[in-house]
Design a protein around this ligand. Structure first.
Ligand SMILES: [Zn+2]
Ligand SMILES: [Zn+2]
Length: 391
């Protein structure tokens, strides 16, 4: 099994080059035209059956001689960030950058496909390679599922990975159960009545109402929610007012509620709306409240998480497989896990000695590229172990 690294090393250079090529040409959500084309052609050249999904999504199916099917997912989109790395493969597109490592995810999955094609005759089942668009924006996972990406053949298990600069290259992070939060975006418009700053009693001050709403929300969230079930509400923008001597009649705020309990989402959002309403009413104003549902909670399944843990421990040593805490960040791989058992694991890409330690979404984010061969090895071995297992 350790020989898997020997196989991967044969293609390592090629896949690193592919990653750099994708890195130089970042594309935002649902605009991944060139990336999608590159993926499509690469899979096709490998002799894999390829299909397009959800505008820029691509899926490849490699058929083995068993009935079981395991899927592996990579996301392809970049971020609207100006890259500040001084490397020869830095982004060539002004204001766009692969600052979340999706270039690495895509390259790893292409490398995984190449290795598995070479093992086709021994494959005891099918492998589906899912390349999805728009993880950073409105989400490509759900539209791909709705278009049937998990059918024909029906997917029995799914895995995916994300690079993690907090883990060192050579380490793998796993999380049992809840791993990523859900998100609900909220927009609040506070309505008051404008007037002269010298005569507040003749007006309704929307700014004071907004200030009270924010305070009340933060207090209620900390008092009304079980502290063992994390929830975080952040008001990220607030705007209103015209001049220092005018009482504002309108304030707009926007924020996000993130939480780990899918079942309680509606209840919490309703509570937040009620607080906004009641505070505004008590002060003579009113509000308009809008909720936009973001991604669901991501919950890993035990059996497949066990499988990745076992596989990665064998390849990298037990001490390099680390149980990492959940994050309040979101990830639309969640939708695949709602349909199919699977796990989303973290691939260490940091290297303190080389100064590779910038966080995701940073304009100087980069990876230690030796994480690519590790990602491929863990993907390939997990697939082989899954297909070789009894059911
Ligand atoms: Zn991201
Ligand atoms: Zn990401």
């Amino acid at each position: 099994m350790r020989d898997i690294f020997k196989e991967v090393e044969k293609i390592e250079e090629e896949i690193v080059e592919l990653r750099r090529k994708i890195h130089m040409h970042p594309e935002l959500g649902f605009e991944e035209v060139k990336t999608s084309e590159l993926v499509y052609n690469y899979l096709k050249d490998l002799g894999i059956e390829v299909k397009k999904f959800a505008k820029t999504g691509v899926t490849g199916i490699l058929k083995g001689y068993g009935d079981k099917t395991i899927a592996i997912r990579a996301d392809m989109d970049a971020l609207p960030i100006q890259e500040e790395n001084e490397v020869e493969y830095a982004s060539k597109i002004q204001g766009k950058m692969h600052a979340c490592g999706h270039d690495v995810h895509t390259a790893i999955l292409l490398g995984t496909a190449k290795i598995l094609v070479g093992m086709k005759d021994e494959l005891k089942g099918n492998v589906k390679f899912i390349f999805q668009p728009a993880e950073e924006t409105t989400g490509g996972a759900l539209p791909m599922i709705e278009e049937g990406v998990l059918e024909n053949p029906k997917v029995d298990a799914i895995i995916g990975l994300h690079v993690d600069p907090e883990l060192q290259v050579g380490q793998i992070g796993i999380t049992y159960g809840k791993a990523h939060a859900s998100s609900d975006m909220i927009d609040i418009i506070v309505k008051g009545k404008s007037g002269h700053g010298a005569a507040p009693h003749k007006a309704v001050d929307a700014i004071v109402i907004a200030a009270n709403i924010i305070n009340m929300l933060q207090t209620v969230i900390s008092r009304k929610v079980d502290p063992l079930n994390p929830i975080v509400l952040t008001i990220g923008t607030i705007e209103g007012g015209y001049a220092r001597n005018i009482i504002a009649d309108e304030v707009k705020m926007s924020g996000i509620i993130r939480m780990m309990e899918e079942e309680k989402r509606d209840e919490i959002v309703k509570m937040v709306e009620k607080i906004c309403n009641n505070v505004a009413k008590a002060m003579g104003g009113e509000i308009k409240f809008k909720r936009t549902k973001g991604y669901s909670c991501l919950v890993n399944h035990k059996d497949i998480t066990d499988l990745v843990k076992k596989t990665a421990s064998f390849l990298l040593g037990e001490h390099n497989v680390i149980e990492v805490l959940p994050t309040m960040g979101v990830e639309d791989f969640a939708y695949f896990l709602k349909k199919v058992p699977g796990t989303f694991y973290k691939l260490g890409c940091g290297n303190r000695e080389k100064g590779i330690d910038k966080p995701l979404h940073n304009s100087k984010f980069n990876v230690d590229e030796s994480c690519i061969k590790i990602g491929i090895a863990v993907h390939v071995s997990t697939v082989l172990n899954y297909l070789a297992s009894g059911d």
